[in-house]
Design a protein around this ligand. Structure first.
Ligand code: DAH
Length: 361
C-alpha cells in the first residue's frame, strides 16, 4: 500500500475511534494513541526525515492535514461529550419546584400541650410571667406552708402519693397541686409578683374525670393593694379569651381553701344539650377553678409581711379546660397514648396558639 493509502487508513481508524469514545477519558486515550509523543501519526512525522525531499514535502503536508483533521474531530467529539454530560447531570438534578418544601409533619400536638400554651398566651398578654416548681415536694411546700397543718382534714382530700420515709423521718410527696409554686416564688422573687405556674400534679385517683397525673395552672398576684376586684376581673378576662366568647357567664361561690381567705369557687354557665357540654350557653353550671385572697399565714410562710403585702391566687385544671373547650368526654383517654385519639383531638404542629391569630383556629 502506498504511504498515502496507509495514512488514509490510519486516519479512518482514528476517526472511528474518536467517534466511538464514550467519555472524555476514552477520547483522551485515542488522542494519545494517534497524536501523543509516541502516537502513530507522530511516529510517521518523525519518519519524514528518511524520505526523499520530494516525498517528504508531499507526505509532510498530508500528515499535517491528517493531524489537523484528527485534532478537529477530537475537539468536536469533546464538545459533544461535554454537552451530553451536562444534559445528563441537569436531567438527574432536576427538581420539581411545585413539590411541598418539606414533608407534611406527621406528629400532632397533644390537646393538653395546646391548651397549656393557650393559657400561657392569655396570661402573658395580661402581664404574667411563667414560674416553675419541682414535681417532688416536701411536706412543707405542698401542705404546711400553704396553711395545711399535719392534722388538717384537707390532707385526706388530696389522695397524696408519698415516697418512702427517709432515715430522718422526712417523707417527700409528689405534689398534689401547683400551689407550692406560690411559696417557691415568694421565696425567690420580691413583690410585686404576677406569675402563673402551669405544671403536672399527682393524686392517687382514677375515674372518668380523674387521672393519677393531671395538670393545673396556678396563679399568684401580690402587691400592696390587691383586692377581690382584681381577681374577678382577671378571671373574667381569662374566661372570655379562653372560651373565645363574650357571652360566658360566671358564678362566684363562697368556698373554703386553707391557703385563701376569703375563698371562692368559680362556675361557668353551660348546656349539656345533645349529650355534649357547650360553654357560654344554657343555665347549667360547671365548676372550673378555686381561688381567693392569699391567707396571711401563707404570705408569712413565703417570707412576706401580711401587713404590707396582699394578693390573690387561683388554681385551674388544665385537662378540664381542654375537655370543656374541645368537647373531649373522658379524661383517662388523654394519657393512653392511643394514636387514633391523638390524631383526632391533636393539633397540627405548626398551629401555635396566639391571641392575634386566634387561639384554637
Ligand atoms: N390547690 C387547689 C387544688 O388543687 C386549687 C386552688 C384553690 C388553688 C384555690 C389556689 C386557690 O391558688 O386560691 O384543689
Amino acid at each position: 500500500m502506498s504511504r498515502q493509502g496507509e495514512l488514509d487508513k490510519l486516519q479512518q481508524e482514528a476517526l472511528a475511534a474518536i467517534e466511538q469514545a464514550a467519555d472524555e477519558r476514552a477520547l483522551d486515550e485515542v488522542r494519545v494513541r494517534f497524536l501523543g509523543k509516541k502516537g502513530l501519526l507522530t511516529q510517521q512525522m518523525k519518519g519524514l526525515g528518511q524520505l526523499a525531499p520530494e516525498q517528504r514535502k508531499e507526505m509532510g503536508q498530508a500528515l499535517n492535514v491528517a493531524k489537523q483533521t484528527l485534532q478537529q474531530a477530537i475537539e468536536a467529539r469533546r464538545a459533544e461529550l461535554q454537552r451530553a454530560a451536562l444534559e445528563k447531570k441537569l436531567a438527574e438534578e432536576r427538581i420539581d419546584v411545585t413539590l411541598p418544601a418539606r414533608p407534611e409533619a406527621q406528629g400532632v400536638v397533644h390537646p393538653v400541650s395546646h391548651v397549656w400554651e393557650e393559657v400561657v398566651e392569655i396570661f402573658a398578654d395580661l402581664g404574667f410571667s411563667v414560674a416553675e416548681g419541682p414535681h417532688i415536694e416536701t411536706d412543707w411546700y405542698n401542705f404546711e406552708a400553704l396553711n395545711i397543718p399535719p392534722e388538717h382534714p384537707a390532707r385526706q382530700e388530696h389522695d397524696t402519693f408519698y415516697f418512702h420515709p427517709r432515715e430522718d423521718g422526712e417523707r417527700k410527696v409528689l405534689r398534689t397541686h401547683t400551689s407550692p409554686v406560690q411559696i417557691h416564688t415568694m421565696e425567690t422573687q420580691a413583690p410585686p409578683i404576677r406569675i402563673i405556674a402551669p405544671g403536672r400534679t399527682f393524686r392517687c385517683d382514677s375515674d372518668q374525670t380523674h387521672t393519677p397525673m393531671f395538670h393545673q395552672v396556678e396563679a399568684l398576684v401580690i402587691d400592696r393593694d390587691i383586692h377581690m376586684g382584681h381577681l374577678k376581673w382577671t378571671l373574667e378576662e381569662f374566661c372570655k379569651a379562653f372560651f373565645e366568647t363574650d357571652t360566658v357567664q360566671m358564678r362566684f361561690r363562697a368556698s373554703h381553701f386553707p391557703f385563701t381567705e376569703p375563698s371562692m369557687e368559680v362556675d361557668i354557665n353551660c348546656t349539656w344539650e345533645g349529650g355534649q357540654v357547650k360553654v357560654g350557653e344554657g343555665d347549667d353550671w360547671l365548676e372550673i377553678l378555686g381561688s381567693g385572697m392569699v391567707h396571711p399565714n401563707v404570705l408569712k410562710a413565703g417570707g412576706l409581711n401580711p401587713d404590707e403585702w396582699q394578693g390573690y391566687a387561683f388554681g385551674i385544671g388544665i385537662d378540664r379546660l381542654a375537655m370543656l373547650k374541645y368537647g373531649i368526654p373522658d379524661l383517662r383517654a388523654f394519657f393512653e397514648s392511643d394514636l387514633r385519639w391523638l390524631r383526632h383531638y391533636g393539633f397540627a404542629a405548626l398551629q401555635v396558639p396566639t391571641l392575634s391569630g386566634g387561639l384554637s383556629a
